[in-house]
Design a protein around this ligand. Structure first.
Ligand code: NAP
Length: 335
C-alpha cells in the first residue's frame, strides 16, 4: 500500500519513520509539507517523492491511501478531498477545528457509502487503555460512576494558543471517555481554576473540565499543557464495586538514598510509542481488508463537538450540540 503523507512536522516525521520501518504492508511514496526542506529531508529517508501541495498527494494516482499530519485547521478540507477521490485516510486529531466542518466529513462519507476515514485517537491502541476497557467490559468494577482524567504536557510550542488545550488536547480525554464508557458526552463545564504564570495567558492553563455522559456519568478532566515535570496521562474509572486505572508503562524504578525514583516520559512520542505503531498497523491492515474499524469520522466529529461546548462554557454548563449518529457509525468502535 502506497501512502502519501501531508505534514512532516513532529508527528508526521515519526509516522513516516514508523510506516517505513515498523509497520508491515505499507511504504511512503509521496510527501508534502509547506516547509519544503523538512519535506525533502523526510522524503529522502523514505525514498518518497516530494509534491508541491497537499492536494497533489491526494490526486497522485500512485498513492493508495493518505495520512494527514498537518495542523488541525487544514484537516477537514484535505479529508474531504480524500473522500471525494475514494482514498482511505488516517487524519491526525482533531478531525476539524469546528463541529460544522467535522460534520461535513461525516456527511461526505455517508454519501460515499462506506468508511474511508480513521482519526488519530491512538489511545485506543495503548495497552493501558485497552486493559481498562476490557476490565469495564467484563464488569470487573461494576457499573461506572465517575472517571478521573489527567493530561499533562511538559510544555507546548508557541503555535499552541487560545483554546487549543480544549480543541487539541481535551479531545483525547473526550474520545477515551466515550470509547471506555460506550456513551456520548452530552454536556461540558469548564471550572475556573488559578492559572499558571508559566503559560501564556490566553491558554488559561491548566483547565479543569467536567463532562457528563448521556447516562449521567461525570468525567473530570484536567488538561495542563505547561506542567513542566513530565508527560503524565492518567485515567481512573470508579465503579460500584472497584476502580480500574491506567498504569503508564515504566522502564523501572531507582531506589537510592532513602527514596524511590521512577522515570516519566517527557512527551507523547515516548509515552505512546507502541500505540502509534499499533494504530498505523491497524489502519494499514484495515485498508488492505477494505473495512475500517478504528476511530471514525463520527468519533472525530463527536470529540470536536464536545470541545466546542467546552470552549463556549466559560464556567457554565453547556450542552453538546450533537447531530443524530448515522447507522454507518454504529460499529464496535463508536458508542
Ligand atoms: P508540527 O510539528 O507543527 O507539524 C505540522 C507540519 O505541517 C509543519 O511542518 C508545518 O509547517 C506543516 N504545515 C503547515 N501547514 C501545512 C499545510 N497546509 N499542508 C501541509 N503541511 C503544513 O505539528 P505536530 O505536532 O506534528 O502536529 C500535527 C498534527 O498532529 C496536529 O493536528 C496535532 O494535533 C496532531 N498530533 C497528534 C498527536 C497524537 O497523539 N495523536 C500528537 C501530536 C500531534 P510549518 O511549521 O512551516 O507551519
Amino acid at each position: 500500500m502506497n501512502v502519501g503523507v501531508i505534514g512532516t512536522g513532529m508527528i508526521g516525521t515519526e509516522h513516516v519513520r514508523r510506516l517505513t520501518s515498523r509497520v508491515a504492508g505499507a511504504r511512503v511514496t509521496a510527501v508534502f509539507d509547506v516547509d519544503t526542506d523538512r519535506a525533502a529531508g523526510v522524503a529522502a529517508v523514505a525514498g518518497a517523492a516530494v509534491h508541491r501541495e497537499g492536494h497533489d498527494v491526494i490526486d497522485d494516482p500512485a498513492v493508495d491511501a493518505v495520512l494527514i499530519a498537518s495542523p488541525g485547521d487544514t484537516h477537514a478540507d484535505l479529508v474531504l478531498a480524500c473522500v471525494a477521490t475514494g482514498k482511505p485516510v488516517l487524519c491526525e486529531k482533531p478531525l476539524a477545528t469546528t463541529s460544522g466542518a467535522a460534520l461535513k466529513v461525516v456527511e461526505a462519507e455517508m454519501t460515499y457509502g462506506r468508511r474511508l476515514v480513521q482519526v488519530g485517537f491512538m489511545r485506543r491502541y495503548d495497552v493501558g487503555y485497552l486493559t481498562v476497557k476490557s476490565a469495564l467490559a467484563a464488569g470487573r468494577v461494576g457499573e461506572p460512576l465517575l472517571v478521573h482524567c489527567v493530561h499533562r504536557n511538559v510544555s507546548v510550542p508557541p503555535a499552541f494558543t487560545g483554546d487549543m488545550s480544549l480543541t487539541d488536547s481535551l479531545v483525547h480525554e473526550v474520545d477515551a471517555s466515550r470509547w471506555l464508557l460506550g456513551q456520548e458526552i452530552v454536556a461540558a463545564t469548564v471550572v475556573e481554576v488559578p492559572h499558571s504564570p508559566l503559560a501564556s495567558p490566553q491558554l488559561r492553563d491548566p483547565r479543569l473540565v467536567l463532562l457528563e455522559s448521556e447516562r449521567g456519568i461525570v468525567i473530570d478532566a484536567e488538561v495542563f499543557v505547561n506542567a513542566r515535570y513530565g508527560y503524565d496521562v492518567r485515567c481512573e474509572v470508579v465503579g460500584t464495586t472497584g476502580t480500574v486505572a491506567l498504569e503508564a508503562p515504566t522502564t523501572g524504578a531507582v531506589a537510592l538514598d532513602g527514596g524511590r525514583v521512577q522515570a516519566l516520559p517527557m512527551d507523547w512520542q515516548a509515552r505512546f510509542a507502541q500505540a502509534y505503531v499499533d494504530e498505523l498497523q491497524d489502519w494499514v491492515d484495515a485498508v488492505h481488508r477494505g473495512t475500517a474499524t478504528g476511530p471514525s469520522a463520527w468519533d472525530g466529529y463527536a470529540a470536536t463537538a464536545v470541545a466546542e461546548a467546552a470552549v463556549a462554557s466559560r464556567g457554565s454548563r453547556t450542552m453538546v450540540d450533537l447531530a443524530e449518529r448515522p447507522a454507518l457509525y454504529s460499529g464496535e468502535s463508536s458508542p
